[in-house]
Design a protein around this ligand. Structure first.
Ligand code: AMP
Ligand code: MN
Ligand code: MN
Ligand code: MN
Length: 278
């Protein structure tokens, strides 16, 4: 049975499982078609492809690019990209470049709050040192007993507007879409319900995204409440965008698990049609 999950992470970014383990878990959970979409890095795709061939899973080469749009961080998923495309890889490398220095700035803020050792702590959780990020700090804060959950770590320190979320300039929206399209992929706005945008802002984002050549938005995602599925299905229709579905799985017991996603609402144009999948 066709059962797609087009958004998930391995330890190449801020997931906890190796790419092959993510694929095996997806297969076990009945996913027929999986896109591995690590943040700003495609280093897990080769290992995932080998595992997918063994497990009989259809693997879609994916990525999730960090974008700065009007003082907001937005995530744009790329589906069906060619990871060997040079300009695309140069774009990802530029997007990743500031992460280690950013981690030092975050640790300095923690130090100033009297919470020491967070850089070394976060580094222990980063499977890929060049992709160190807020989730690795959050896991360290949980492990060291400072908070009870990853969510609490974001609520207190790491989330938008909290003291340890230091400023960072990510890729421009038009660049991210152009890199994905240049590499033969489809650009998808990830979890549009998570940015806290007012309707006018959201419409501005989706209009710009479509004008840059974006293809779809995530309608069904682990980051949306069930009532948001219908809401974003309407936004997709309003902007002539296709609809995607993905768990945004990061780790067992931490976020929504792989597969088991509700169906897209009736009337959606599924993004997998443009990917030639069924
Ligand atoms: P970064 O790219 O380093 O800014 O980290 C962003 C990642 O942090 C996202 O991809 C999520 O995995 C995680 N994240 C962001 N906000 C939250 C939150 N409120 N609760 C849990 N995880 C979050
Ligand atoms: Mn993440
Ligand atoms: Mn995201
Ligand atoms: Mn994600």
């Amino acid at each position: 049975m066709f059962n797609p999950d087009l958004h998930c992470h391995s330890n190449i970014s801020d997931g906890t499982l190796a790419p092959a383990v993510v694929v095996a878990r997806a297969a076990r959970r009945g996913v027929s078609t999986l896109a591995l979409t690590d943040h700003d890095d495609t280093g897990g795709l080769a290992e995932a492809a080998t595992a997918a061939a063994v497990r009989g899973v259809q693997l879609i080469n994916g990525v999730e690019i960090s974008v700065s749009w009007r003082e907001q961080t937005i995530h744009v998923v790329g589906l069906g990209i060619d990871p060997g495309h040079l300009q695309f890889q140069a774009g990802l490398a530029a997007t990743r470049a500031g992460r280690e220095e950013r981690a030092q700035r975050m640790a300095a803020v923690f130090d100033s709050l009297g919470i020491e050792g967070t850089l070394a702590g976060a580094q222990r959780f980063a499977g890929n040192p060049r992709m160190i990020g807020r989730t690795h700090f959050a896991r360290h804060l949980v492990e060291s007993g400072r908070v009870n959950s990853i969510k609490d770590a974001f609520r207190r320190w790491l989330g938008a507007g909290r003291p340890c979320q230091v400023e960072q300039r990510w890729a421009a929206l038009g660049d991210a879409v152009a890199w994905i399209k240049g590499a033969g992929g489809l650009a998808v706005v990830a979890h549009p319900g998570r940015y806290g945008l007012a309707p006018a802002q959201l419409r501005a984002l989706l209009g710009e995204f479509r004008d840059h050549g974006g293809a779809a938005i995530e309608v069904v995602t682990g980051s949306h409440q069930p009532q948001e599925f219908a809401m974003f299905a309407k936004y997709a229709a309003e902007f002539g965008l296709a609809a995607s579905a993905g768990s945004d799985f990061h780790a067992p017991d931490e976020s929504r698990d792989l597969g088991g996603l509700p169906k897209l609402p009736a009337g959606c144009d599924p993004v997998w049609r443009q990917l030639g999948l069924h």
